[in-house]
Design a protein around this ligand. Sequence first.
Ligand code: AMP
Length: 286
Amino acid sequence: MIRIIEQASELNSLVNATKKTGLSVGFVPTMGALHKGHLTLVKKAKKENDLVIVSIFVNPTQFNDKKDLDKYPRTLENDLVLLKPTSADIVFSPSVSEVYPHGDLIGADIDLGGLDTYMEGAFRPGHFKGVAQVVKRLLDIVTPDRLYMGQKDFQQFTIIQYMIDKLKMDTILVVCPIIRETNGLAMSSRNERLSALTRKKAGIIYRTLLTVKNNCNISSIVELEQYGMKRLAALSPFEPEYLTIVDGNTLTPVTDIAATNYAVACVAVWADGVRLIDNIILKKEN
Ligand code: AMP
């Protein structure tokens, strides 16, 4: 039986008691409206830890668009049904005032080393300050040994790794692969807001990323980015916001793939009033 906890102090005491007995704690933060992508994170956490905590909290401070916050799906009952087979132990489902008892401006100023200025950060001002704020607060409450996040949100996990290192937090970040629908569309809670036809056509995003990857040793960066933007813009109702090839560590634009050891193509596309993001690693050398 999954236990539901709403109070931060109750969860924190339970984790402390668990860790004192030598058991490990894995943590999967989510905003709910769970799908298979979330569930793979939970299953991996369960394999690697004794106690697994999943948080379900729609964090208002990371929404730069109030309409997006209002429309964000909230499906707690169904989420609990989906979590059952994963054997997650605890769902932490706090209220906004439980997460931000001293107001939501406190802790919104974590230094993110400028990583929050590119791509999503450029188009969604304040978004990553809110993400870092909530993840820091949740990590302080949960104090997990391991934190599980998806590659789907490439910039997000890069920023959280930076924050963990910078604040010398005692948590290992585990990044999990992108889970996709059968047509290649990266699973997302926001996909539910697409029309059936748009959702079907949205496989174009992944197909475009695959073509960029297949050509990344023969075409220039400018050619690859222009090709991707044009191909996406050509199919209604898709409106690409950016398709950028960046360094996977610094998130700065790459000018020559051969000269970098970690390159990733990141994309953001609007369709049916929904913003979809995806990425593909073009090259990663140790
Ligand atoms: P969210 O509920 O959208 O905030 O996502 C919670 C976590 O699930 C984040 O670490 C996401 O990167 C991860 N996630 C979301 N979608 C996917 C997916 N399709 N594949 C893998 N991980 C995902």
